[in-house]
Ligand binder design. Structure first.
Ligand SMILES: C[S@@+](CC[C@H](N)C(=O)[O-])C[C@H]1O[C@@H](n2cnc3c(N)ncnc32)[C@H](O)[C@@H]1O
Ligand code: SF4
Length: 404
């Protein structure tokens, strides 16, 4: 990727918006995301800059249909009045009749906060429960206990959003299969709409990675991931949930919470990425550098031109993650003359023969056995790519380039 600023997006039909709020009350050592400890002054600078960034894009996105607004972090509610003001600013600049989805931390979501989020139009939540065991939460350095996590989930469900997702992490230090089953049982008994489960990845640049002195992304042993995932799938399907992505299970009547379903998206805030179909780019990670650059210049650190072939591959990557590959979606995006089979002939047939995907009417479905292996393949690539990109953006505000 290069340090050039690409042109503004144009002619986008459907677009997702992403807002990154990079502040947290406490920094978890395992966390690879771009986040810093909350500071009131820096938040004010951030707020002013993010509003300016939104305004820069307004003329270029005025004819778009917005498919969702996703707010992630960090801990977006760490300064609730500030967050609500930014949501209002987004609404003033773009006609948003889409879902507004937000990531929440159990320690920053009291009933008042949930009520205000609902009033501001937020429709879907994802809560970082991570574990319900005090011992394990302590082992991974979270600043809340299991009871706080479960109570936050209860409050969220009671407030009445369209969908509530809970994130759990597995293959954690000191966690056995019984602990994991207890976590799943606890969430199911609360009636959560969706459960997303992530094995602990350690990134070299994270605090955990630095304390372990690792040079490459470290993932838990494959057999541990497989046995925990098998337990997850059998328990959650037995409890009425359906697998909706490699790591997620959803109640059939509910809407899926996902950060990655949008094909084209525009991101605001430090480290936010954008994919316009012509370019993929990321903003600078450093909050002060981000704030200094705006409103005069766009705060883009690295970018990469995207040709149609790459855009198609990107589309396939995320559809495989979501286990469904629809012909119609592909043709709507790229034109009737393109089919999945002709575009990906070297991939689709071998995967079908190996039983990893099944042809069905309308496209392909990733099979149960395919889900693990295909995703593992993707992971080896994407974790290393994220590690290189995020690692260098964390080291320098304006890297001269990075090879992926
Ligand atoms: C941006 S974070 C969560 C939002 C919120 N700040 C919180 O911590 O509750 C999104 C999710 O990524 C997952 N996650 C974070 N670090 C991870 C890691 N090193 N390996 C695997 N999953 C991780 C966690 O499940 C976390 O809830
Ligand atoms: S896991 Fe969540 S709370 Fe912890 S540092 Fe990362 S973004 Fe912040």
């Amino acid at each position: 990727m290069y340090s050039e600023t690409p042109s503004f997006p144009h002619n986008l039909k459907q677009v997702g918006l992403y807002l990154h709020i990079p502040f947290c009350k406490n920094l978890c050592p395992f966390c690879p995301y771009n986040r810093i400890e909350y500071d009131e002054n820096l938040f004010s600078q951030y707020e002013e800059a993010v509003n300016a960034e939104i305004e820069l894009y307004t003329p270029y996105l005025k004819d778009c249909e917005f498919v969702s607004l996703y707010i992630g972090g960090g801990t977006p509610t760490v300064n609730l009045p500030g967050l609500l003001r930014i949501i209002e600013h987004l609404k003033r600049n773009f006609s948003l009749s889409c879902d507004i989805c937000i990531e929440l931390h159990p320690g920053n979501m009291d009933s008042e906060c949930l009520g205000e989020l609902k009033d501001s139009g937020v429709s879907m939540l994802s809560i970082g429960i991570e574990s319900t065991s005090d011992r394990i939460l302590k082992n991974i350095g979270r600043n809340h206990d299991g009871e706080t996590a479960i109570n936050s989930l209860r409050r969220a469900i009671k407030t009445g959003f369209d969908s509530v997702n809970a994130d759990l992490m597995f293959a954690l230090p000191g966690q056995n299969l019984k602990d994991w089953e207890n976590d799943l049982k606890a969430l199911v008994s609360e009636g959560v709409d969706q459960i997303s489960t992530y094995p602990l990845f350690s990134f070299p640049y994270s605090d955990l990675g630095q304390s372990l002195k690792i040079r490459q992304v470290k993932r838990p042993e494959s057999h541990l991931i497989r046995s925990m995932l098998n337990l997850t799938d059998s328990f959650l399907t037995g409890s009425g949930y359906k697998r909706c992505a490699v790591w997620s299970w959803l109640k059939p009547s509910k809407k899926k919470f996902s950060s990655i379903t949008r094909h084209h998206y525009v991101g605001f805030g430090p480290s936010a990425a954008s994919m316009t179909g012509k370019d993929f780019y990321v903003n600078t990670f450093d909050v002060a550098s981000y704030a200094e650059t705006l409103p005069n210049k766009r705060p883009i650190a690295l970018s990469m031109p995207v040709n149609q072939r790459l855009e198609m591959a990107y589309w396939l990557y995320w559809r495989v993650y979501e286990l469904k590959i629809y012909q119609k979606d592909f043709q709507n995006l790229f034109g009737e003359e393109h089919t999945i089979e002709s575009t990906f002939s070297k991939i689709i047939k071998p995967f079908e023969l190996a039983g990893m995907i099944d042809k069905n009417n309308g496209g392909y479905q990733v099979t149960d056995s395919g889900a693990y292996w295909i995703h593992r393949l993707q992971n080896e690539y994407s974790l290393n790519y994220i590690n290189r990109l995020w690692g260098s953006c964390r080291r320098e505000s304006w890297p001269s380039g990075v090879s992926l």
